[in-house]
Design a protein around this ligand. Structure first.
Ligand code: KIV
Ligand code: ZN
Length: 536
């Protein structure tokens, strides 16, 4: 059993409204990027990527990492197990339905973590009871209690979520919550599973729970909001205002459908408006931008330019009047400083004479801790790039590191060489050489609609894997005409979707690398589709 702190009375003791209680409360940040976030269509991550994100979350200062849903697939189990075994500095949590085999499997994956939490869930709303579970209210209470008891037999830290709680009748919700706490739940999470509630309504619901559930003081109340109506952050903050001591959220707000509440927005709202919320977290806000970049690169989900806190334009002032005001006094138009959330003043950092230590240090600043072997590989790629480009920007470094990380997906096929000739009114001619198991294979193709299409044909011919390209995006990772071009693509193979990323100063090479990354995922069976179980 792990040695867990009991629910902190301070997190619950707030007399609800921020305006009538000035004591600063500590709010626990429960990050579910690796579980609910990974349920974003196309966002699945491989083991190495999940480990990388988990250690960046520890550096960021999250209290709890929900590492996955161990029963969902062997891959999910293994990533929770490895995170529990190697990542230190946060509680590691695994999700389970209220079923013995789910809970035992979750514990099997978690048991090596010094601080482990089992998170069990069961739907409670009338719609879910009637149409999904076909269970009576009594049966729901019985199963919830059995699930919590089973989890509590493994570890002291047990979270219970009445799924679709925000559409559950008040009386029934109180009954289930009270029974779950009696059975041993130490955190009660109240999810707005379908993103339906409003700030006023969730405030009343949390207040109602605190007023009506007699043993509520024995557990931490937690909020978990989805963003279907664009209110996930506002709703989570309203729940905090009503006494929630834990917020469940994801980096960049990624997650099922429209996503979850965005961690960076919640944290900066509480920090910037401390005067209003009277709350604090353990988050080091300077790590927000690096972690946001890491998650965006790893999942292939871009952050919109105008995204609050971490978007590229979040601190850009275009209007002359604003610029003039800023020059006179920054606070005329800026409520936070870019440095406070981790934007650096200048991102022009390294050149061809920079050494390994400078590269490692810069990568760390950008949220990526490299092992000795990774550093060596990235450094070689960095030197090659520095020969082609005079100035190396942060974006170049992120792109190089991501390329190395994506190559950790069973690099069955690697690129040896390629040559392209193409022109207006001319059939493109592409010659590609790939390596697999120390053997080289070359294919010359004179067909296709342009050199990129021809490269696809050549790679398909050599690997014998046919794909349908569903999405193809090229963007420049940095500034300048010699910028690194990043290709992100999504392909379909035998009914499953796979993602691939490739970076190079040459767009044909980026395309071939992205294609090989996707093909290596096909070979390794790392699809981007949700797992085989119905996801919560
Ligand atoms: O949205 C939801 O209800 C969930 C639960 C499993 C907490 O993700
Ligand atoms: Zn959710």
């Amino acid at each position: 059993m792990s040695d867990q702190p009991t629910p902190d009375a301070m997190t619950q003791s707030a007399e609800a409204s921020s305006s009538d209680n000035l004591a600063t409360r500590q709010i626990r940040i429960f990050d579910t990027t690796l579980r609910d976030g990974e349920q974003s269509p196309g966002a699945s991550m491989n083991l190495a990527e999940k480990l990388e994100v988990a250690s960046a979350l520890v550096d960021l200062g999250v209290d709890i990492i929900e590492a996955g849903f161990p029963i969902a697939s062997p891959g999910d189990f293994e990533s929770v197990r490895q995170i529990a075994t190697t990542v230190r500095g946060a509680t590691i949590c695994g999700l389970a339905r209220c079923a013995e085999k789910d809970i035992d499997r979750a514990w099997e994956a978690l048991k090596t973590a010094p601080q482990a939490r089992i998170h069990v869930f069961l739907a409670t709303s009338a719609i879910h009871r009637e149409f999904k579970l076909r269970m009576t209210p009594d049966e729901i209470v019985e199963r919830a209690v059995a699930g919590v008891r089973r989890a509590a037999s493994h570890c002291d830290d047990v979270e219970f979520s009445p799924e679709d709680a925000c559409r559950t009748e008040h009386d029934f919700l109180c009954r289930v919550v009270e029974a779950a706490i009696d059975a041993g739940a130490t955190t009660i999470n109240v999810p707005d599973t379908v993103g339906y509630t409003t700030p006023g309504e969730i405030y009343d619901r949390f207040k109602m729970l605190r007023d009506r559930v007699p043993n509520m003081d024995k557990a931490v109340l937690s909020t978990h909001c989805h963003d279907d109506l664009g209110m996930a952050v506002a709703n989570s903050l309203a729940a905090v205002d009503a006494g929630a001591g834990q917020i469940e959220c994801t980096i960049n707000g990624i997650g099922e459908r429209a996503g979850n509440a965005a961690l960076e927005e919640l944290v900066m709202a509480m920090k910037t408006r401390q005067d209003f919320y009277h709350c604090q977290t353990n988050i080091n806000s300077k790590r927000l931008v690096p972690v946001s970049r890491l998650v965006s690169k790893t999942t292939g989900i871009n952050v919109q330019r105008n995204k609050a806190i971490v978007g590229r334009n979040a601190f850009a002032h275009e209007s002359g009047i604003h610029q003039d005001g800023m020059l006179k006094e920054r606070t005329t138009y800026e409520i936070m400083s870019p440095e406070e959330v981790g934007f650096t003043k200048t991102d022009l950092v390294l050149g061809k004479h920079s050494g390994r230590a400078a590269l490692a240090d810069r990568a760390k600043q950008l949220g990526m801790t490299l092992t000795g072997e990774q550093l060596q590989e990235v450094f070689e790629a960095f030197k090659e790039l520095a020969d082609k480009k005079k100035e190396i920007y942060d974006g170049d470094i992120v792109a190089l590191v991501q390329q190395k990380i994506s190559e950790t997906v069973a690099p069955e096929w690697t690129l040896v060489d390629y040559e392209v000739t193409s022109g207006k009114n001319q059939t493109p001619n592409v010659r590609v050489t790939l390596r697999r198991d120390d053997q080289e294979f070359t294919e010359q193709v004179a067909q296709g609609d342009g050199p990129i299409d021809a490269a696809f044909w050549a790679v398909e011919k050599i690997t014998g894997i046919q794909v349908v390209c569903k999405d193809f995006r090229v963007r420049s990772a940095t500034l300048g005409r010699d910028a690194i071009g990043e290709v992100n693509l999504e392909v379909e193979h035998e009914g499953k979707t796979y993602r691939g990323t490739g970076v190079s100063t040459d767009s044909v090479e980026s395309t071939i690398l992205a294609m090989l990354n996707a093909i290596n995922r096909i070979v390794a069976g790392v699809a981007s589709d949700p797992g085989e179980l119905p996801q919560p």
